[in-house]
Design a protein around this ligand. Structure first.
Ligand SMILES: Cc1cc2nc3c(=O)[nH]c(=O)nc-3n(C[C@H](O)[C@H](O)[C@H](O)COP(=O)(O)O)c2cc1C
Length: 218
């Protein structure tokens, strides 16, 4: 069993990484093989919006996303961590999420997920963490929870917040062990309906998506 932590902060030794590493350490203690991905040092180009991944099945860009997508496919748990930047996730995290478009249209990742968000007291970090959980769900993962941390200076995030990240690790391991089932919410049905309608109406261009879903659509 494998767990991957994706760090969206440009700071390798900041608040988000402190919490993410604590979460991964807990998962490692519970028997997971863990991997830490620092997006900042990876070659990840912006999504071009060309739609090739929806039509042909694969992205045309040749960069580290190829390796990262395979890593995520091989994982049983994914933790997304980002500081709040202007009331949302960082550009690094958003760029990574955009490049996962094919998984949003053809949810095929399996396993459990969690989100970690740090902030300096302005805005609603829970909304950002919920956004990351919705992203995980759109890829096919089952999000089990989130941890929030407060910090202005790098590494300032306090013990209780770091403990929250450890608790998230335990929660993910527990969900994995028990084979927890997804919780279907009204929003999930609505998003699914909207996606089906989009793919049905644009089946000629979203060919790979249509192939994936055709039994459900027809
Ligand atoms: C460009 C930028 C924008 C930020 N925007 C917000 C914000 O909207 N709300 C907030 O509470 N903190 C904001 N922060 C502060 C960081 O979220 C906070 O310090 C966080 O703990 C940093 O985490 P890190 O050490 O993992 O990078 C911002 C920081 C930067 C550099």
């Amino acid at each position: 069993m494998k767990a991957v932590g994706i760090l969206g902060s440009p700071k390798k030794y900041g608040n988000s990484s402190k919490m993410l590493l604590a979460c991964l350490e807990e998962l490692s203690n519970l028997g997971f093989e863990t991997e830490f991905v620092y997006l900042q040092e990876r070659d990840i180009k912006y999504c071009l919006g060309c739609g090739t991944c929806l039509r042909e099945g694969e992205c045309i860009l040749e960069d580290d996303m190829r390796e990262l997508k395979q890593l995520l496919k091989d994982s049983n748990a994914i933790v997304l961590a980002s500081p709040v930047y202007f009331l949302n996730v960082t550009a690094q995290m958003k760029c990574f999420i955009d490049r996962m478009l094919e998984f949003g249209h053809r949810p095929s990742l399996k396993g459990y997920g969690g989100s970690i968000v740090t902030y300096a007291g302005v805005g609603d970090p829970k909304a950002v963490a919920d956004y990351l959980s919705r992203v995980l769900k759109s890829w096919g993962m089952i999000p089990v929870g989130s941890a929030i941390g407060f910090g202005v200076m790098p590494g300032e995030v306090k013990g209780a917040d770091v403990e929250g990240a450890r608790a998230l690790g335990r929660e993910i391991a527990r969900a994995f062990k028990e084979g927890a089932k997804p919780e279907a919410r009204k929003e999930d049905f609505l998003l699914q309906e909207q996606l089906m309608s989009l793919i049905k109406n644009y089946r000629d261009v979203m060919k790979a998506d249509y192939e994936f879903w055709k039994n459900r659509i027809d």
